[in-house]
Design a protein. Structure first.
Length: 577
C-alpha cells in the first residue's frame, strides 16, 4: 500500500479523533521537528555539565591551554605548563576561554558549555536538514536518534575538540550540497563558499583533516554523477577554507618558527595516519564493531536503513551524498593506523539521516522493517541488562570483590542511582515487550527515546558524579601540592604521552609543574628539600641508577583511570611502600 493510499484510507478516522487530542499534544504538534529535538537535547545535556570535575586523560589536557589563554591573553600559542602544545588547533580552546570569561572564571561547566551547545545545535540542524529533504517525521526521528546515540551523548558533556569538528564539517557539507543542487540560483555560489568556510573552521578545530575529509566526500559525490565542472570548481573554492584557517597558522609560525609548527603538524596528522605512533592502533574492522555500541539501540535498524537507502540512491541525490559521506568516511578512518572511537563523530549526522528516513517510512506505512522484532530486541536487552546489574550486585554482596574486578567497590555509593536505573530499564523493557505484541510502532519508538533520556539523566546526573574520584586529578593534586610547598612538581613522562596537565588544572593555585627530560633531571629535582617527582612505574628502573639512595626515597602509587603514576619524595611520606 502506498503512503498516499494509506493516508486517504485513514482520513475519515482522523477527523473525529482530532477533537479529542490533549492540549499538550496540540502544543507539541505546532512545534517543528528541529524545535522538539533541540529542547530535548538541551534538557538532556546541559543540567549535568558542572556535576563532575575535568576527567582524565583528555579533558584536563584540553582545558589547560584554554585556561592559559584566559589568564595570559595569548590567544595564538596553546600552552601546557608554559610550553607550546600543538596537539590540537585553537578553536576549542578559544570557545572554552571565551565561555569562561563570560562566566567570570573558568570551571568545568563554563568549559563544557560551548561543546554542549554545539552538540545541541547539531541535533537541531540535523533534524531541520532531514526534515527539508525527507519530511517532518524523518527529521524528528533523525534528531532523536542522534541525540540519544550513546557516544554522541557522551561527547556532548565532555570538553573535547571533536564536537566542533563534527559540527563544522556537517554544516559545511550541507551548505555546499544545497548550493550545488541549486546551480541556477543566485545563492548557489555563496552557499558553496560558506560550506568551504566551514571546512576552514574545521581545520581550526582539528587540523588539515577538516578540509581533506569533506573534500574527499565531495570529490566522490560529483565524480559518481560525472559532474566534472563541479568537480573542478572544488579547488578554487578551497581558497575560502584557507582564508579562514591560514591567519592563525601564519601567526603561529611567527611565534614559534616554521620547523616546530610543521613538525607537530606532520606528527599529529600525517604520521598518525600511517603509523600509530601515539597508541590507539586497532584492526581494520574496529569501527564496524564499534558502531553497534555507539548507536545502540538504533544500530539494530541501521543495516536495513542502509540497504533501503542503497535501493533509492539513484532517485534521491541527497541519499547518494549521505551514503558517500558515511562509506567514504568509514573507509578513510578504517585505513588509518591510528583509530579512536571519537574519530567517527563527523559521520554521525549521515547515520542519523539514514535512520530517520527509514523509521519515518516504516512507522508511517507499516512496511519494510518488522518493527515488532526491533521492539522485542530492545525490550529483551533492557530486561537482560537489569538482570545483569542485579546479578553483579548480588555477587558483590555475597562474595565481596574477589570474583569481580573494580569498580564494584563503588557499589555502596551507586546503590540508589543503580536501583533507579534498573527500575527504568526493567519497566521500559516490559512495556516494549507488551507494545510489541500490539504493534504500536510510533508510541513504542517514542517510548524508547524517552526511556533513553531517563537512562542518560540517571547516568549523567548520578552515576558519573559518583565515580568522579576515580577519574579526577583533584585529590591527588591536592596532596601533592601540600607536600611540594613552593617547589614545582617534577614530571618524568612516559614515552611521548605526557598527560600531565590535570595535576595543574585541578589545583586552585594552579600547581606549577616542571617537565624532566633525563634521569639526571630527576636526581637534581629530588635533591631539593621538597623535590617531588611523578613518573610512570615502568620508568622506575630506567632512572634508579641515576638517583642516589634510590631505595630510600619514599614512594607510593596513585591511579587515575587506567593509568598509574609513581610518586617519589615527601608526597609519599608516611605512605605504604
Amino acid at each position: 500500500m502506498s503512503l498516499l493510499r494509506l493516508e486517504t484510507s485513514l482520513e475519515p478516522f482522523s477527523r473525529p479523533a482530532a477533537a479529542r487530542v490533549h492540549p499538550a499534544t496540540r502544543l507539541v504538534g505546532r512545534l517543528a521537528p528541529w524545535q522538539i529535538v533541540t529542547v530535548f537535547a538541551l534538557l538532556l545535556y546541559v543540567p549535568w555539565l558542572g556535576e563532575r570535575s575535568l576527567w582524565y586523560p583528555d579533558e584536563p589536557d584540553v582545558a589547560e591551554p584554554a585556561i592559559t589563554m584566559l589568564q595570559t591573553g595569548d590567544w595564538v600559542v596553546p600552552r601546557h605548563n608554559d610550553e607550546p602544545w600543538l596537539d590540537y588547533p585553537p578553536l576549542t580552546y578559544w570557545l572554552g576561554a571565551a565561555s569562561s570569561r563570560l562566566a567570570g572564571d573558568w570551571s568545568p561547566f563554563a568549559l563544557r558549555l560551548p561543546v554542549a551547545l554545539l552538540a545541541i545545535f547539531l541535533v537541531g540542524f540535523t533534524a531541520w536538514t532531514v526534515h527539508r529533504l525527507a519530511g517532518g517525521r524523518a527529521g524528528l526521528w533523525a534528531g532523536l536518534c542522534l541525540a540519544t546515540a550513546p557516544h554522541f551523548a557522551y561527547q556532548a558533556v565532555h570538553y573535547h575538540p571533536d564536537m566542533a569538528f563534527a559540527v563544522l564539517i556537517s554544516v559545511g557539507i550541507v551548505a555546499y550540497a544545497w548550493g550545488a543542487m541549486r546551480s541556477d540560483s543566485s545563492w548557489s555560489l555563496p552557499a558553496r563558499l560558506a560550506g568551504f568556510a566551514c571546512f576552514g573552521g574545521a581545520v581550526l578545530a582539528k587540523g588539515p583533516l577538516g578540509l581533506l575529509l569533506p573534500g574527499l566526500i565531495l570529490v566522490l559525490w560529483h565524480g559518481s554523477a560525472r559532474q566534472w565542472r563541479a568537480l573542478l570548481s572544488l579547488a578554487p573554492l578551497s581558497l575560502a577554507a584557507l582564508a579562514v584557517a591560514m591567519p592563525w597558522y601564519v601567526q603561529l609560525v611567527r611565534s614559534l618558527g616554521w620547523e616546530e609548527v610543521w613538525g607537530e603538524l606532520y606528527l599529529q596528522n600525517f604520521a598518525r595516519f600511517g603509523a600509530a605512533n601515539r597508541g590507539h592502533e586497532q584492526p581494520w574492522w574496529y569501527y564496524l564493531v564499534l558502531l553497534w555500541f555507539d548507536w545502540a539501540p538504533w544500530s539494530l535498524v541501521l543495516p536495513v536503513s542502509v540497504v533501503d537507502a542503497l535501493r533509492n540512491r539513484r532517485r534521491e541525490p541527497a541519499v547518494r551524498l549521505v551514503l558517500i559521506w558515511l562509506f567514504a568516511g568509514l573507509v578513510f578512518f578504517s585505513a588509518a593506523a591510528t583509530k579512536r572511537e571519537v574519530y567517527l563523530l563527523p559521520l554521525f549526522p549521515a547515520i542519523a539521516f539514514l535512520l530517520g528516513r527509514y523509521l519515518s517510512v516504516a512507522v508511517g506505512m507499516g512496511t519494510g522493517l518488522r518493527l515488532r522484532w526491533f521492539l522485542r530486541g530492545v525490550g529483551g536487552v533492557c530486561v537482560a541488562s537489569t538482570a545483569a546489574v542485579v546479578s553483579l550486585a548480588m555477587s558483590y554482596v555475597l562474595f565481596g570483590t574477589r570474583p569481580l574486578r573494580p569498580p564494584l567497590d563503588l557499589l555502596g555509593e551507586l546503590a540508589v542511582p543503580l536501583g533507579v536505573l534498573c527500575a527504568v530499564l526493567s519497566a521500559g523493557g516490559v512495556a516494549l515487550l507488551l507494545l510489541a505484541r500490539k504493534g504500536v510502532s510510533t508510541l513504542s519508538l517514542a517510548g524508547i527515546t524517552l526511556g533513553l533520556g531517563l537512562v542518560y539523566a540517571v547516568v549523567l546526573g548520578a552515576i558519573l558524579p559518583s565515580v568522579d574520584g576515580k577519574k579526577s586529578y583533584g585529590a591527588v593534586a591536592e596532596s601533592l601540592r601540600a607536600a611540594a610547598g613552593e617547589e614545582p612538581l617534577g614530571f618524568y613522562p612516559h614515552g611521548i604521552e605526557t598527560k600531565r596537565a590535570g595535576f595543574r588544572v585541578e589545583d586552585p593555585a594552579y600547581l606549577p609543574l616542571r617537565l624532566l627530560h633525563t634521569p639526571g633531571d630527576v636526581a637534581t629535582h629530588l635533591s631539593r628539600r621538597s623535590g617531588v617527582v611523578i613518573l610512570h612505574p615502568e620508568r622506575a628502573l630506567e632512572i634508579s641508577g641515576a638517583v642516589p639512595d634510590w631505595e630510600q626515597w619514599p614512594r607510593r602509587e596513585v591511579s587515575l583511570g587506567s593509568r598509574r603514576f609513581l610518586v617519589l619524595g615527601p608526597a609519599a611520606e608516611g605512605q605504604e611502600r
